[in-house]
Design a protein around this ligand. Structure first.
Ligand SMILES: [Zn+2]
Length: 294
């Protein structure tokens, strides 16, 4: 089922679990993600960023392909533009058939972030798409942005931001960052701030930079109100490791078989992650009456 993120994240919000949002750059990866969701009876979000689209699967090609694959499974699958920055990137994604867009104006001043997000949210809603926004700023692990409290989401501002922009879900900064953390380092998350944000906003909240945050942090973040977790670095790492192992074992391995090895490793990772964040088994379907939530 090809859908926007709106209803699936509301379901997660009301039932206290989170949905994976996985960065995906090609068909093999899309297949691994959608098959995992189907086998786990879980919703899933497929993410692609403008930068990834330039180097890999362009949105114009990815959107119809993902829509086609998603319509063959009963579980909800959304395709979301990750970190849309320019008006052009976002409206292009809308034209290509994405089911959701993220507008990331988190590096702008509050009023400018509100203005830009308002504009995109109203466009998206007019087309039946969902809109994710970001307040506070989830920076880069390499720059140690995760420990910069000045970048964290301000609770009072967040309430005003959501009311004015009408975004469907909000990415918040509570101590994670994008990319790989320095070796051996596990980020310290501000769970008090997360609990406060959940109580004040009472809506789906998003965690970026979940890779390398550790299972304990992830589980606690979900328990405190995170409903969408972006996963990129961790998944690519699994695919790379599986590829290295397969080549070590058989240096003459065929490229197609290599893709399958990576695909299977990604599936193992995704399926176990879905169990950790509680999205597994949320969508069971009754044969005769069509799809129905448990
Ligand atoms: Zn992100």
């Amino acid at each position: 089922m090809y859908v926007s993120m709106k209803d699936m994240l509301l379901h997660a919000h009301h039932n206290n679990y989170a949905v994976m949002a996985i960065n995906c750059v090609n068909m093999e990866q899309a297949k691994a993600i959608i098959q995992s969701a189907d086998e786990e009876k879980s919703a899933v979000i497929i993410n692609i960023s403008p930068r990834q689209m330039k180097a890999h699967g362009h949105g114009e090609i990815m959107a119809p392909m993902i829509k086609n694959m998603a319509e063959k499974v009963p579980v909800p699958v959304a395709f979301n533009l990750d970190h849309g920055a320019s008006f052009e990137d976002i409206t292009d994604a809308m034209k290509f058939g994405f089911s959701s867009v993220m507008i990331d104006s988190s590096s702008f001043e509050f009023e400018e972030n509100v203005r830009r997000t308002q504009q995109i949210a109203s466009l998206a809603h007019g087309m039946g798409l969902s809109c994710e926004a970001e307040l506070g700023h989830v920076g880069q692990a390499a720059a140690d942005d995760n420990s910069n409290v000045d970048l964290y989401t301000n609770v009072k501002q967040a309430k005003e931001f959501v009311e004015r922009t009408k975004c469907d879900c909000l990415a918040i900064a509570i101590g994670t960052a994008h990319g790989a953390y320095p070796k051996g380092m596990v980020p310290k998350l501000d769970f008090d701030r997360l609990r406060e944000l959940k109580t004040e906003l009472n809506m789906p909240l998003v965690l970026h930079g979940g890779s390398g945050a550790g299972e304990e942090n992830i589980k606690k973040a979900v328990a405190c109100g995170i409903n969408k977790i972006n996963v990129c670095t961790d998944l690519f790492r699994h695919a790379t490791n599986a590829t290295i192992e397969a080549v070590k074992e058989n240096p003459m391995i065929d490229y197609m078989d290599l893709c399958i090895e990576a695909q299977n490793a990604m599936k193992d990772f995704i399926k176990s992650y879905m169990r950790v964040i509680g999205s597994s088994g949320q969508y069971s379907f009754k044969k005769d009456n069509g799809p129905e939530l448990d």
